[in-house]
Design a protein around this ligand. Structure first.
Ligand SMILES: CSCCC(=O)C(=O)COP(=O)(O)O
Ligand SMILES: [Zn+2]
Length: 216
């Protein structure tokens, strides 16, 4: 489907949805220092052609303006005339859409995801086991260990995007950038938010668990 064929109504619904999620996550202080970005796919999907609404770069997320989002194409380029620039991590969003066919991707920097991605960065994943919240990622095996991939935090974002296929685990709807933040995705905005919340809960449990003294 070409961009102009996507109904205006669908585009407006996507923008409204992203705006309300942005507001909700900002209240939790999940966008400190202008960090983080959000995207939501619109129209049909094929790995070679899709479009998504994405945060404009450098916006102060807790502040509401009329210039928060724009639409980008498969390559991450704007597909409309706008003075806004897509977020710096748009090539990562585009790569995740291409690989997963998901419907929404949310990226946040938090203290827990930053600390754990650095702590476990050398081994390339954050391990988590026996935490009930893992079920919210759609993984129901009892006491299973999940491994949340950690990618290097290169300054050149397309170089990070190229590494995604090598670390991608279809059962884990998220990846970390080392000492940077998480990208969590889902079939739609509801599921992506749900996954993001589950990851952040898991990170807090893992982090706090590392601080507990050994049992006597
Ligand atoms: C401390 S923010 C550095 C850029 C970044 O990682 C981010 O998530 C925000 O980038 P944007 O282009 O969306 O402003
Ligand atoms: Zn970031």
């Amino acid at each position: 489907m070409v961009f102009s064929e996507i109904p205006l109504e669908e585009k407006q619904v996507a923008l409204n949805k992203l705006h309300s999620i942005k507001t909700e996550l900002a209240v939790r202080n999940w966008f400190p220092g202008n960090s983080g970005n959000l995207s939501l796919r619109v129209g049909g999907f094929s790995p070679d052609q899709f479009h998504f609404a994405v945060s404009a770069s450098g916006t102060d997320k807790p502040v509401n303006t009329s210039e928060e989002f724009l639409f980008a194409d498969t390559a991450g380029y704007p597909c409309e005339t706008t003075r806004l620039k897509p977020c710096k991590e748009t090539p990562i969003h585009a790569k995740i859409y291409r690989m997963t066919g998901c419907g929404a991707i949310f990226h946040v920097h938090t203290v827990y995801n930053s600390l754990l991605s650095e702590y476990y960065g050398d081994q390339g994943y954050v391990p988590a086991q026996g935490i009930e919240m893992i079920k919210e990622l759609g993984i129901w095996e009892l006491n299973t260990e999940i491994q949340i991939p950690v990618l290097p935090n290169y300054a050149d974002i397309p170089s990070i995007a190229k590494l995604i296929p090598g670390t991608f685990k279809p059962e884990i709807p998220g990846i970390l950038l080392r000492n940077h933040g998480i990208f969590a995705w889902g079939r739609d905005a509801f599921e992506a938010k749900h996954h993001l919340e589950a990851f952040e809960f898991i990170f807090e449990v893992v982090y706090r668990g590392l601080l507990l003294p050994p049992r006597r």
